[in-house]
Design a protein around this ligand. Structure first.
Ligand code: UDP
Length: 252
C-alpha cells in the first residue's frame, strides 16, 4: 500500500528542525513535517501567574495560531471580539500541558516560559509539529538561562515529541497529511517522552469505532514515529541534548 505522497504506512514525513530561526527569542525553531511548517518560539518573563507568586515555582504556557495564509481558505485570526476559536484554545492548552509534563517547574524559579507556535503552512498535524518543535525551542531557551547563570541546570526531565496516527480507508497510518486527515475514520494525536512513556493520547473514532487491536497498532506506530522525532531533536541539539534529563546538582 502506497500513500498519496508515496510513503509507507509506518513512515513519517521528512522532518527538518531549524534552530535559532528568529533573532529575539531565547529559543526559536522552524519545524517542517512535510508541508506542515510551524515557527515555535520560547521567551522568558520574570513573572508568574498569581497562583504561583511567592512559591519559587515557575510556569510554562503556550499560545498557538495559524497565519491567515497558512490554509487553503483564509483563516481569520480572531473573532470581532478578539476571541480565538475553540480549536486553537484546545491546541494551545495541549501544547502547554505537554511541555510542563517534562519540566521541573520548581527548579525554574519564579519565571514563565512563553511558548508561541505559529503555523505558517498547514498540511495536517500542526498541533503535533508544534509540540515537537516547541520542545527544542524550550531547551534552547533554558540552555540560554543556564549559560548566563540564572539557573544551575536545565530542569527538563526528558525529551518530548508528538505525532498523529489514524485509520484511513481501513489502513492504520503514521503521521497523517491533510488529505489523509480529512478522510480518516479514526484520528489520534500522541505525545510521548524519550523514555517511551505516554504524556497524552487524544483519539476519536466517532465516524467508525475502533478495536483494541487497532489501538495497539496505532500506539505502536506512534511510538516508532515519536522516537524518530526525538532522534532528530537530539541530532539538531548536538551537545546540548546531553544536558536534558540530568539530575539537579546537589548544593554546596
Ligand atoms: N485545517 C485548516 N483550517 C482550519 C483547521 C485545520 O485548513 O481552520 C487543516 C490544516 O491542514 C490542519 C488539518 O486541517 O493541519 C487538520 O486539522 P486538525 O484540527 O486535525 O489539527 P492538526 O492535525 O493540524 O493538529
Amino acid at each position: 500500500m502506497k500513500r498519496i505522497d508515496g510513503r509507507n504506512y509506518d513512515q513519517i514525513r521528512n522532518v527538518n528542525i531549524t534552530r535559532n530561526y528568529i533573532k529575539h527569542p531565547l529559543g526559536s525553531v522552524l519545524i517542517e513535517m512535510g508541508d506542515t511548517k510551524v515557527i515555535c518560539t520560547a521567551m522568558v518573563e520574570d513573572k508568574v501567574p498569581p497562583f504561583l507568586k511567592n512559591t519559587g515555582t515557575g510556569w510554562v504556557t503556550a499560545e498557538y495560531s495559524m497565519l491567515p495564509g497558512s490554509t487553503q481558505h483564509r483563516k481569520i485570526r480572531a473573532s470581532s471580539k478578539g476571541r480565538i476559536d475553540g480549536r486553537s484554545q484546545e491546541i494551545q492548552r495541549l501544547i502547554g500541558r505537554a511541555l510542563r509534563s517534562v519540566v521541573n517547574l520548581e527548579d525554574l524559579g519564579e519565571r514563565t516560559v512563553w511558548i508561541d507556535c505559529d503555523v505558517i503552512q498547514a498540511d495536517g498535524g500542526t498541533r503535533t509539529a508544534s509540540i515537537t518543535g516547541a520542545f527544542v525551542a524550550l531547551v534552547d531557551a533554558l540552555y540560554a538561562l543556564y549559560k548566563e547563570g540564572t539557573i544551575f541546570y536545565i530542569p527538563i526531565k526528558d525529551f518530548l515529541a508528538a505525532i498523529s496516527v489514524g485509520i484511513v480507508e481501513g489502513n492504520r497510518l503514521l503521521d497523517l497529511c491533510y488529505v489523509e486527515d480529512s478522510s480518516a475514520k479514526v484520528d489520534m494525536n500522541i505525545v510521548m517522552t524519550g523514555n517511551k512513556e505516554f504524556v497524552e493520547i487524544q483519539g476519536t473514532g466517532e465516524e467508525a469505532p475502533f478495536s483494541m487491536d487497532d489501538l495497539n497498532e496505532l500506539l505502536r506506530l506512534a511510538q516508532k514515529g515519536n522516537q524518530e522525532l526525538i532522534d532528530k531533536q537530539k541530532e539538531v541539539l548536538g551537545e546540548i541534548a546531553k544536558l536534558v534529563g540530568q539530575e539537579k546538582p546537589t548544593e554546596g
